[in-house]
Design a protein around this ligand. Structure first.
Ligand code: ADP
Ligand code: ZN
Length: 435
């Protein structure tokens, strides 16, 4: 039977949810206009007054906010509450440039942790569970968010943080952890280490994993599920909107339910800013309607995905977003073709390779080059022998079919590609070094 953390909200009829969003949006716009000079100026520039926003139907009238705005307003420029009411700061991982800081009142922390509690409950978590959190703790939101959610649910919480992978497995075995929270790339590494230590899934009690903070493919999901003997659930979020838990997967596993009582999503055309109808791929934009200290209106995430209101078998009525295929700025343009690392990952895992790979892009004689190093597992390495070139050719041709451009494929020795304990680095774009 499906369990909910907050059934009334998670299964609320659409009309009631819209009413709740309308009320909250109107109040939020007023709050930021009155308390944040940066917004006041942005809205004045666009000629919008708080009175013009009467419901979510007027959302499109508000200006967008971008990461560049956050950097310009760094550190305190977007703060909407006096510092005396703020109790926490978290910061982005800085994957794509200068870090951004976000502020929380106690109310903001509570709502964030409740969002994470919804995710843990949707993954089957209860107060009977032992929840091992191996997202990084500290400024990164992964550890603190899931830690807080796990407490709310009443799980016995193991605040491991990332790293020291053998110790992770020792604790997992000794304490009988049933839920694992970390990045998918770290989950894959933990699975690999478990088997390297001579254990199998029979030696652990894990039943579910809650993995997010980076893009991962369905193929990667199956590979982790197999190596850890669990059901793997996706979770999404970003520091700017509080952290993980903005959306989460349910038992149906066909996209993540967005916590719409706190975050209103829109999909826009990233080039024109035009709002796109449900079902079209575009950039995800969020308006946080309940956060007090750092309430972003129409924040452009740069994550590309699709929204769907299709009825979900779990009973939740919250809208769903597809797995983000990557950020608009993760997309590589190689010889004029758009390439997402996830497309390459799909081919590799489908063909029985490990999710340990590195994509290197460079430019030689004015032509882009694409080199992909892929690790063999020990069995593959033992049996490849003289046929290695043939395997490389087969892989190169499958990747060419997927992408439309030819890569150079290098099969490399087991354990020769660095493992990730947090967000994996899969791409080195050397062209940027020349520019
Ligand atoms: P940074 O932008 O520095 O990485 P964050 O730690 O706040 O800072 O990361 C948020 C970003 O991580 C999101 O915008 C998104 O690109 C990515 N992300 C988070 N969860 C997922 C997920 N489940 N699937 C794909 N990407 C994700
Ligand atoms: Zn569902």
């Amino acid at each position: 039977m499906e369990r909910y953390w907050n059934e009334e909200i998670e299964c609320m009829p659409r009309e009631d949810m819209k009413k709740l969003q309308d009320e909250r949006l109107v109040a939020q716009v007023k709050h930021v206009y009155e308390n944040v000079k940066y917004y006041h100026d942005l809205m004045d520039e666009k000629g919008v007054k708080p009175e013009d926003i009467k419901s979510t139907d007027d959302l499109h009238k508000l200006p967008f906010l971008t990461k560049a705005d956050l950097r310009e307003a760094y550190p305190y420029g977007l703060l909407a509450k006096p510092l005396s009411e703020c109790v926490r700061i978290q910061s982005t991982s800085g994957t794509t440039g200068k870090r951004v800081v976000a502020f929380y009142t106690q109310h903001d922390i509570d709502l964030w942790e409740n969002c994470c509690a919804r995710a843990i409950t949707a993954a089957g978590g209860t107060d009977e569970d032992v929840c091992q959190v191996c997202y990084g703790y500290g400024l990164f939101t992964g550890g603190p968010g899931l830690n807080g959610g796990s407490h709310k649910v009443g799980c016995l919480t193991l605040p491991m943080s990332s790293g020291n992978t053998e110790r992770q497995i020792t604790f997992m075995r000794d304490l009988g952890s049933t839920i694992l929270c970390c990045t998918p790339s770290y989950a894959a590494y933990i699975g690999e280490t478990l088997h390297d230590m001579g254990y199998t899934t029979d030696d652990i009690k894990l039943k579910a994993g809650i993995f997010g903070a980076e893009p991962w493919t369905e193929e990667m999901r199956h590979s982790i599920e197999k190596s850890l003997g669990i059901k793997a659930y996706d979770i999404y979020g970003l520091t700017e909107t509080s952290g993980p838990g903005v959306s989460f997967e349910c038992s149906e596993q066909t996209g993540m339910h967005i916590n719409e009582d706190h975050f209103i999503p829109e999909i826009i055309n990233p080039d024109t800013g035009e709002v796109l109808p449900e079902g079209e791929v575009g950039e995800l934009v969020f308006t946080s309607i309940t956060k007090e200290a750092f309430p972003l209106l129409r924040y452009r995430t740069r994550d590309l995905c699709v929204l769907s209101r299709k009825k979900c078998s779990c009973g939740r009525t919250l809208i769903k977003m597809s797995k983000p295929m990557g950020r608009s700025d993760d997309m590589l343009i190689i010889r004029g073709v758009n390439v997402f690392p996830s497309q390459i990952e799909t081919v590799l895992i489908e063909q029985g390779y490990s999710p340990n790979y590195l994509i290197e892009v460079d430019r030689m004689n004015n032509t882009d080059t694409l080199d992909i190093s892929i690790e063999m597992n020990p069995t593959q390495a033992d049996s490849a022998g003289e046929d290695i070139q043939m395997y490389e050719k087969t892989l190169a041709s499958s990747i060419k079919t997927m992408l439309g451009i030819s890569p150079k494929v290098h099969l490399v020795n087991p354990k020769s590609i660095a493992r990730s304990e947090g967000k994996a680095v899969r791409v080195i774009d050397k062209r940027k070094l020349h520019d």
